[in-house]
Design a protein around this ligand. Sequence first.
Ligand SMILES: Cc1cc2nc3c(=O)[nH]c(=O)nc-3n(C[C@H](O)[C@H](O)[C@H](O)COP(=O)(O)O)c2cc1C
Ligand SMILES: CCCCCCC(=O)C(=O)O
Length: 397
Amino acid sequence: MKNIGDQIQFDIYKNMRNPDPDRLPVSYEEWEKAARHKLEDGPFYYVKGGAGGGRTMDANVSSFNRWQIVPRMLNNVDERDQSIQLFGQSFPSPILHAPIGTQSVIHKEGELGSAKACAELGIPYIASSASTFPMEKIAEAMGDAPRWFQHYWSRDPEIAASFVKRAEASGYSAIVVTLDTPMMAWREDDLRNVYLPFLIGEGVGNYFTDPAFLSKLDQSPQDDPEAAVMHWTKVFGNTGLTWDDLAFLREHTNLPILLKGILHPEDAELALKYGVDGIIVSNHGGRQVDGAIAAIDALPLITDTVQGRIPVLMDSGIRRGSDIIKAMALGAKAVLVGRPAMYGLAVDGQRGVKEVLQNLAADLDITLGLIGKNSVNQIDESVIVEAQKFRLRESVK
Ligand SMILES: Cc1cc2nc3c(=O)[nH]c(=O)nc-3n(C[C@H](O)[C@H](O)[C@H](O)COP(=O)(O)O)c2cc1C
Ligand SMILES: CCCCCCC(=O)C(=O)O
């Protein structure tokens, strides 16, 4: 993705005299609006909505304004590179596709469309446990392209072990354990719309194909779908987990294990103590605890604690290239993109997801150059200041 911004921007402007009337949106806000036209209330608000009154969801975006970028000039930015290294692999960009469940309620291509879009770009796709399609089908659609598996740790240990084994066998190269969703939050939009995709049999693809899950049913999900969904509601989450349980997961996989949903520095300490390989600072896009700290505010608390011992990634609120620069300046190695990709999926399936991610990479590339950097590896805390504390005279001393 070297200098990707030059090409993408040119491609858009070159049609200036004859703009395509069906051209895709550009800004996050336009994508959201276009998705609104495509989706019914249930699925649209399932994607857009947050927990409670949506205060954390809003803060995830507005808190980026607490930080401001201070560009540098005359640094020769002819060559710009956004590639990164993570767990011994090279990725073309610090952008990853966040794990998102039940994507077939957003577009018929579902996770297969999103995963293929990522494969086209070389962007790692994180497949959710709660995907409509089983992880093997997603892997098949991606060929050799990079992919991680997001693990919802089932109450049934046989399912938990089976999921990581299946992920390993189908070429996923890291396990992301989401900690913040052992149960569904109080989501007012979904309660108002009486809408939960799982109860209509969406998002259960991994479970309905799992030998451990199937062995507990009296009849197959095809013969008695309702009983299968009911069983799913019993085993999906695990509110009984503790830090000591991480050893169980470690016994079942050699893949790097990342914990998603860390917000407190003491939990970051515990993650280090229990030997995990990476942390994803996230509040699940404000979908779990209304009033939780914004992810970008939690990020420096975590990176200060971790001190580079393991990679720290972040999500929740990434909308533009400058957000990625701010997150990296605060110590994130990479970021995950959630809702923007889902609005792309809603608007035009695989093509929409590719467009959203590609535009984000282009925006990052251009912004990187405009702040005087040749590589995302050069981004550090000197790139930003805390808005209210900015005193130019003091910072240049
Ligand atoms: C519709 C939807 C479904 C999601 N499903 C999952 C999931 O299955 N597993 C998971 O770890 N996170 C899930 N998330 C959370 C995302 O991985 C990510 O943390 C969040 O989208 C980041 O917030 P943002 O999209 O507002 O930037 C979901 C988010 C959305 C919007
Ligand atoms: C019963 C909780 C399922 C949630 C799975 C999908 C998800 O993570 C979300 O945010 O929605």
